[in-house]
Design a protein around this ligand. Structure first.
Ligand SMILES: NC(=O)c1ccc[n+]([C@@H]2O[C@H](COP(=O)([O-])OP(=O)(O)OC[C@H]3O[C@@H](n4cnc5c(N)ncnc54)[C@H](OP(=O)(O)O)[C@@H]3O)[C@@H](O)[C@H]2O)c1
Length: 279
């Protein structure tokens, strides 16, 4: 599909990998955000929606960060997108919706429902936990400075996914025909426990990196101290419970089918990201 693509969350863990891929692929892009984008865009200011979308044919949508119930804002944005002629939207959701802990009618289901009801040709990606949480995300400072990974996932395994692979899948969805009206579950190729992942990072970092399994209540307290709202923490903790119960070790072939290559293994990810954990 040719024409301008508007990119929300362009400096996020997926967006910062997606943008160079689109540009290398010759796709015309517009970054929109609260700071540093081509055009100002703020989820909390609906007055910015129209200018952010006008003239674009495709939209990459990351919902407002850490908002438990983004459906009303997303519904509004997609209404504007339709009015200005956007003809394709690729939306980031979460593999957590596929876990048995996700209640029917949850906020995350409502979010996907407003996308499907928008009247726009849509594709939804549900990624597993991002490998980049360890190398450039919320777990990086703990690993670097305390040599420790904390999680309420217990001894449960999860097939973390590389955000470069998510970006490559999104590129395919933005550019290939016949990919609309579908939901894709994006996982890595193997499920590992957090203890195993800590050991793999430790081996490349050349120093001990430990894993401490903490309780759901301890994790809730940590999230509270980090400024995560109670409602949003409840959603994240549901996913951790699913992992701890062994219900989240799902592995899919969607990345290979969309990109034509296998997803990155956690072992390969740690080998090429070793400098991220240097002192
Ligand atoms: N991390 C995981 O393991 C994981 C797993 C599954 C699904 N997910 C989903 O992935 C998505 C996050 O993707 P990501 O990691 O690429 O993004 P991210 O790193 O969370 O970044 C969020 C992006 O949104 C922008 N943003 C935040 N609030 C905004 C606002 N009010 N108005 C405009 N822009 C705003 C931020 O830019 P500024 O702050 O600079 O404005 C940033 O570019 C979330 O929906 C999450 O549920 C994450």
């Amino acid at each position: 599909m040719t024409g301008l693509t508007t990119i929300l969350g362009f400096n996020g863990l997926i967006g910062r990998k997606l943008l160079p891929l689109l540009r290398e692929g010759g796709v015309s892009t517009r970054t929109v955000g609260r700071s540093g984008g081509d055009i100002p865009f703020d989820w909390d200011d609906a007055g910015t929606f129209k200018a952010a979308l006008a003239g674009s044919i495709s939209l990459y949508l990351v919902p407002p960060a850490m908002v438990a119930d983004p459906a009303p804002q997303v519904e509004h944005l997609l209404r504007v997108a339709r009015e200005v002629g956007v003809a394709r939207v690729v939306v980031v959701s979460s593999l957590g919706l596929s876990f048995p802990t996700e209640p029917p009618g949850s906020e995350r289901h409502r979010y996907e429902d407003v996308v499907k009801a928008s009247g726009l040709p849509w594709s939804i990606v549900r990624p597993s936990g991002f490998m980049q949480n360890f190398s450039e995300g919320f777990m990086t400072p703990g690993i670097k400075h305390a040599g420790m990974i904390f999680s309420a996932a217990g001894a449960g395994a999860v097939a973390m996914v590389d955000s470069n692979d998510i970006a490559a899948a999104v590129l395919a969805l933005l550019t290939q025909p016949d990919q609309t009206g579908k939901t894709f579950e994006l996982t890595g190729p193997q499920a590992h426990t957090f203890a195993e992942m800590a050991a793999m990072i430790s081996a490349v970092a050349g120093r001990p990196i430990g894993y401490q399994a903490i309780s759901i209540d301890q994790m809730r307290q940590r999230m509270h101290e980090a400024g995560v709202t109670t409602d949003y923490a409840d959603i994240l903790l549901r996913d951790q419970r699913a992992i701890s119960e062994g219900a989240a070790a799902k592995i899919t072939t969607d990345i290979r089918e969309l990109t034509g290559r296998p997803p990155t293994s956690f072992q390969h990810f740690v080998e090429i990201n070793a400098p991220a954990w240097g002192l």
